[in-house]
Design a protein around this ligand. Structure first.
Ligand code: AMP
Length: 284
């Protein structure tokens, strides 16, 4: 299928208006490109549930810290466009940074309470950038449904809260984490890994599933469950723990006790050399 590439806002609005006029429902899949099977699962879900599928490919500068990998982030546009076409996207929106943030840009969205924990603690300002760009994309595309991966559990929670608080008329759809055969969650950042780091990186999923089994076996003490993950990560030389957390899936606040009534999120961020990987498991 042929995907239309659009880089400016007027043409995007025109294409969206045309799709709307013909009575089609619109699905939006926001991405930073370097697409893999995780992204494609979102595009396919959008294809199955909406009539006109828009994929945004935008490496959003406002969600990167000054020492993070904004410049180094992979940008294989030709390949991405081909994959979007294969997965059934109708339109790819790929703006330059100055289209999204002109030099006099001043407005940012903050989702207080949820933005400063977990990844927000080690990446100050990250979720302010995420919430801002997602709201801009939702305003530009005005989709009926927008698709996000559970891989970025905190991002999902923040987007859901923002949409509710700001009365954005969109349904947020959350798709399961796509993993490699050995459990590693697909991520555009996996390509940074050296061969040895790639082998070691399976420890994230191992740590999460071991902690999950402990909960299923009846452990209620969140500190004990967290320690299971900490020890697993520590057993791999070269894996440096950023955080291991057992949190309430709704508030993202650390839990003392795990009980059957509240969904629990097990979340990990681990560094291998200069590459930081995240993963999580939602236990209902
Ligand atoms: P990114 O390009 O990393 O900003 O990701 C774009 C979207 O794809 C986000 O909603 C991610 O949560 C989602 N995503 C990334 N990796 C995966 C994965 N392994 N499985 C499912 N969704 C993913």
């Amino acid at each position: 299928m042929k995907t239309t590439l659009v880089t400016d806002i007027a043409l995007l609005r025109h294409a969206i208006a045309q799709a709307r006029r013909s009575g089609r429902t619109i699905g939006l899949v926001p991405t930073m490109g370097a697409l893999h099977a995780g992204h494609l699962s979102l595009i396919k879900a959008a294809r199955a549930e909406t009539d006109f599928v828009v994929v945004s490919i935008f490496v959003n500068p406002t969600q990167f810290g000054p020492k993070e990998d904004f410049n180094r982030y992979p940008r294989p546009l030709e390949r991405d466009l081909e994959l979007c076409g294969q997965a059934g996207a109708d339109l790819v929106f790929h703006p330059q940074p100055e289209v999204m943030y002109p030099s006099d840009y001043r407005t940012f969205v903050e989702v207080t309470g949820l933005q400063d924990v977990l990844c927000g603690a080690s990446r100050p300002g990250h979720f302010r950038g995420v919430a801002t760009v997602v709201l801009k994309l939702l305003n530009l595309v005005q989709p009926d449904r927008a698709y996000f991966g559970q891989k970025d559990a905190q991002q999902v929670r923040i987007v859901q809260q923002m949409v509710r608080d700001l009365n954005v008329p969109v349904e947020i759809r959350v798709c399961p984490i796509v993993r490699e055969a050995d459990g590693l969650a697909l991520s555009s950042r996996n390509e940074y890994l050296e061969a040895e780091e790639r082998r070691q990186a399976t420890v994230l999923h191992r740590a999460l599933t071991k902690a999950q089994r402990r909960i299923e076996a009846g452990e209620h003490d969140a500190a004990v469950v967290r320690q299971v993950m900490v020890e697993q990560i520590a057993s791999v030389p070269g894996a440096v723990l950023d955080y291991a957390a057992v949190v309430d899936a709704d508030s993202l606040q650390a839990l003392d006790r795990i009980d059957a009534e509240r969904p629990v999120l097990l979340a990990l961020a681990v560094r291998f050399g200069s590459t930081r990987l995240i993963d999580n498991l939602l236990i209902r």
